[in-house]
Every structure is written in C-alpha cells, then in structure tokens.
Design a protein around this ligand. Sequence first.
Ligand SMILES: [Zn+2]
Length: 266
Amino acid sequence: MSEWFEVREVDGDVLAISEPRHWEQVISYLIVGREAAVLLDTGMGIDDIQQLTSSLTDKPITVVNSHYHWDHIGDNHRFEHIAIHADEASLLEHEPPEGMLLEAMRPENFWGATPEGFDPAQYSIPLSTADRLLKEGDVLDLGDRRLKVLHTPGHSRGSICLLSEDGLLFTGDTAYAGPLYAHFEESESQVYRETMKRMSALAGELRLVLPSHNETPLDPHILVEMADGFKQIAGGAVGWQRVQSQWGPLRRYDFDRFGVLLPLGR
Ligand SMILES: [Zn+2]
C-alpha cells in the first residue's frame, strides 16, 4: 500500500485521500454509493491514486474535477470517466504552466519521502479528456446518495462544489482554511464574493464542509465568515499586506481562519 497517501473516513462512505508530504496539502475524496463511486479530484499524480481507489471500492468510479488546476488533476489520465464543468473541459487538454510545476517540485516543498521511482525532474501532468460536461444543477446519482453540482466561479471560472443531500458540501478550492487564491487572471473578486454569499446561505443546512486543501472537515460556519470577509474587502473596511509570490506582488487580507489573496491592481 502506498505511503504517499493518507486515507481517512471523514463521514460514512466518504474517504479523504490526502497527500500530507507535499506543501500543497491537497485532498481528494472518494465518495462511495450503493451503485457507483465518485472520486472528487485525482491529486498531484505523484503516486498512483487509481490503484489506491480501486483497492478501496469495487464500484465503478467516475472522476469529478472540482476545477482544472494541475494539483487536482494529476492522475486523471489513469481513469476512463472524467467529469468537469463545461467551461474548463478544454483546459484538461492543455499543459499546465511549466513554471508552476517547477516551483512545486522544489525540494523544500516536500515534507517527507516521495514514492519509490518518483523523479521530480520528470514531473509533468499528463493530458486528459472529459467525457461528461457539468453545469449548475446537474446531479450525480450514486444509488443511495445524490450529489448536486453547484457552479461556484471565483477561484477559477468553472469551479464547482458538490452538495450531498445529507449535509455535506465539498468545496474544492472555493473554500478552505488558508489563504484563498482569488488573484488568478481569470478570478474576479466580485464574482468570488457573490459565490461566497450564496454558499454562506447554505451553511445552516450543512453538517460538514469538505475542502480540497489543508484541514478537513471544517465546520460550515466558516462559509459565513468568508462571505463576511469578502464583503469587508469590497467595502474597503479591512487592511492588507503586500506579499511577494510566484505570481508577482499581491494584496493579502488576513482573517481568523482564512485569508484572501488579490492582485495589487484590482
Ligand atoms: Zn485551484
């Protein structure tokens, strides 16, 4: 069994598959239903997540990508069925920026041993092709569990969250405990703010928020705090720091349990 992944049941039939030995602290989720399973994201592709998930369930697995960023699609190429929001399907077929991968492979970003045979110098994200295009309101039926697709643009144009009827919200990179990346060229802070407002309205009916980085699960109240944070930023009511990043200088807003990164100029 691979030691690269850490598998933990976060709720009945929901397994968090994390990669704690890399700075990204990315998390994929295997959601197993009576008839079928969904694998939400495929991680960084540093070890074989397909081999792992096929040892965890015998149900047919469909990959659903929370969004197209490289750290969530690394092992897509090992799967036959891939679903992603229609706005981002074509991006699975493009190489991710090489600079980002080189940055990720710097030795200090690894917090433990890598799998045998893994060579950071050869790291790449193989291209993949979606065979199902998702949109707002689509339902993924696993037999005894239904996952509703929410289109939640902000972090990226085609970011989605999955809402399970029993009060779980899988938030992808839209909401996690840490600095939220709202600074990409495709991000619009106003769009992100609207998304968080919508998500905070769901908080009362949720049991758990299951994000794609850092700690999991989170208590749903964090969505209310995030919506409020974006509102404060828009109103100019909160200070920020200038920080350097691989994307150039950014504004960083700090709140208790999360932060927001925005471009300097917008
Ligand atoms: Zn992302």
